[in-house]
Design a binder for this molecule. Structure first.
Ligand code: SF4
Length: 621
């Protein structure tokens, strides 16, 4: 009978990135090791951080596990510590080991309570194989590279304190081995390399191996072919500096164009290594790029070992913008020498680049990083528990942190969730105010709201705030076209999210058919015609109201084969669309709208079904 070995991961939240890649790699590695595969029956399970610990505990107890592995990160560290404590109370004999980023950063701290039997620091594939072999042969784990153990309350530190695989091709692909089915997840994590050549002092990657190690193109090609066969929707590329090796990045993009261009990819890139050819290749696939900016303050950047050439950065971003490539950026506040003012400057700069989204983080002083070691030198005061969030610094008081956190939340609601990338600058230009200040004002505004802002209410809140701002700046006359622009962007986003209508059933249409609005269909009331509003950009708001007359109308925005599309309606058709709820048949609709001719209605419904404005609810829906 094989011994049961279970590896557990706890995800921060349910998202397309919640794939248990690490446990699956270890599983595949054990299953492809000749002796071990006959000794251990390996399985992995994944949970979420807000899940009740007793649920996880019961699963472990019921599966009669002999050896238990935890994939430990800063966000799940406390949960795993509690879990190990509970397990020890009921199942003393289980061997528990830990690996992952937190185990790598502070292996001894996990062993101190006596609940863990061993902890692996660094890349765990080979040390785990050696540890499992030793356990099977009843040998001590002493002397195994990167494996920390405890004996008579004394922690035994290995000679080689952390492990990095020199040749990544010794690692079995969990996808090709069949240990992880890419088709059964909402998104796939695709590891292309390990290591990072940079030394950003806040980042955990920077303490690992400076040499980047790559998987072969042949392996990547086989994995990509499998992803395409399994109809994967989106891939998160795991390579913190995808374009550092520009030629390889181009080869991978060409392979994607050839093998699987319709999957959506997310890449992390460094701006300095973007060139025109690379931008062209990115523009030929369905992708979004993430660029770490962190700060634009030279003193702050020097303290975290990052270089930044503003002119070059602007040039590289314009290569992306000129090709319509979607990209997001990251900023961190509370770094050494950062102040609230310098954070606001960084925010102004970042938003002036018009990223699709901007992710803002308070600094986390992660154990094991250079910044952690230098934290007293910089007088960084941070929480002593994961995620080690900064509390204050000499330049950034607690009050400043609170203000920065509020702006972070405002940015997330107004800019990211509210999809303001395409129009926030119009408000800033009109009011002659910076985007950071606008977000600060928005953070004050949302504090006055009693109701929680939901995705469905964001557009309305954005409009209310803009109206307030225009009125304060005595520019209320410019509000109507701006309000239309906000509504249109909200509707376009909604239509895109609704997705294309899959089953149109047009040939089945008759007067007893029941129809409803498609999931992305949204009716909005505009002050100006849609086509006129598209002239904003050529005209500023002042010029626009001088050149165009208001023409109040209703416009439906819907998902046409994957793309949002607008259609201006007459009053009767708008009323008709508004009354659709998926319960009334065409006959009943005709009864309610005596002024509409049957043939006209059938023609319109036919057209609307073919466009994807309406759909006939199927039983499955
Ligand atoms: S922040 Fe990015 S570039 Fe810097 S060390 Fe980390 S992974 Fe490398």
């Amino acid at each position: 009978v094989k011994k049961k070995l279970k590896i557990i991961s706890i995800h921060i939240k349910n998202s397309p990135q919640a794939m248990p890649l690490g446990p699956a790699i270890l599983t595949a590695q054990i299953e492809s090791t000749p002796v071990l595969k006959d000794i251990y029956a390996v399985e992995y399970s994944d949970y979420y951080i807000d899940q009740d610990i007793t649920e996880i505990l019961n699963d472990i107890i019921h599966c009669e596990t002999t050896i238990l592995g935890f994939s430990i990160y800063s966000w799940n560290r406390e949960k795993f510590i509690e879990l190990s404590d509970q397990i020890r109370k009921v199942k003393k004999e289980i061997i528990i080991f830990g690996g992952g980023a937190e185990a790598t950063a502070a292996p001894e701290s996990l062993l101190i309570d006596g609940n863990f039997d061993f902890v692996i620091s660094g890349e765990g594939e080979l040390p785990l194989i050696e540890a499992l072999t030793a356990i099977h042969e009843n040998r001590s784990l002493d002397g195994i590279n990167a494996v920390y153990t405890i004996k008579n309350s004394e922690i035994i530190i290995p000679v080689e304190r952390s492990w990095n695989m020199k040749d990544l091709n010794l690692i079995t692909s969990p996808f090709l081995k069949g240990a992880l089915d890419p088709g059964s997840y909402d998104g796939v994590l695709w590891e292309l390399s390990r290591g990072c050549p940079f030394r950003c002092s806040f980042c955990f990657e920077s303490r690992g191996n400076k040499d980047i190690r790559y998987y072969t193109m042949d392996r990547l090609k086989k994995e990509l072919t499998l992803f395409e066969e399994k109809r994967v929707n989106q891939i998160f590329v795991l390579d913190p500096t995808f374009n550092y090796n520009r030629e390889r990045a181009k080869d991978i993009l060409k392979m994607i164009i050839e093998k699987a261009p319709y999957i959506h990819y997310t890449f992390e890139v460094r701006s300095e290594f973007i060139d025109a050819e690379l931008a062209d290749l990115f523009s030929r696939i369905n992708c979004s790029l993430q660029i770490g900016l962190q700060s634009v303050n030279p003193e702050v950047l020097k303290n975290i070992n990052r270089s930044f050439k503003m002119a070059d950065f602007i040039d590289k971003i314009s290569l992306l913008n000129s090709r319509g490539i979607i990209f997001g950026m990251d900023l961190i506040f509370g770094l050494p020498c950062d102040t609230l003012d310098s954070f606001m400057e960084s925010l102004d700069f970042a938003l002036s680049m018009q990223p699709n989204h901007l992710d803002i983080f308070p600094l986390s002083v992660l154990p094991g990083t250079e910044l952690y070691e230098k934290s007293s030198q910089f007088c960084l005061n941070f929480e002593n528990k994961a995620p080690y969030t900064i509390i204050d610094t000499p330049g950034f008081t607690k009050e400043d942190m609170e203000a920065a956190n509020k702006i972070k939340e405002a940015c997330d609601i107004f800019y990211n969730q509210g999809g303001a990338a395409g129009w926030m600058f119009m408000i800033c230009e009109t009011l002659e105010t910076g985007p950071a200040e606008l977000l600060r004002r928005f953070s004050d505004f949302i504090e006055t709201k009693d109701k929680k802002i939901t995705p469905a209410s964001i557009t309305k809140v954005q409009s209310e705030f803009t109206m307030k701002m225009f009125s304060e700046y005595e520019m209320s006359s410019l509000f109507r076209p701006m309000d239309d622009i906000i509504k249109i962007h909200g509707a376009l986003k909604y239509a895109l999210k609704g997705g294309p209508v899959k089953h149109k059933h047009i040939k089945d249409l008759n007067t007893s058919s029941v129809i409803e609005k498609s999931p992305g269909t949204c009716l909005i009331k505009l002050n100006y015609f849609f086509d006129d509003l598209m002239e904003i950009g050529t005209y500023n708001l002042h010029e626009f109201i001088e050149n165009f007359r208001p023409e109040p109308n209703s416009t439906v925005v819907y998902n046409f084969n994957g793309e949002p599309k607008p259609l201006t309606l007459d009053k009767d058709t708008a009323r008709l669309i508004n009354s659709l709820n998926g319960k009334k048949s065409i006959e009943e609709i005709l009864d309610m709208n005596k002024n509409i001719e049957k043939n006209d209605l059938m023609d319109f419904v036919n057209y609307a079904l073919s466009e994807g404005i309406f759909r006939m609810p199927s039983k499955r829906d």
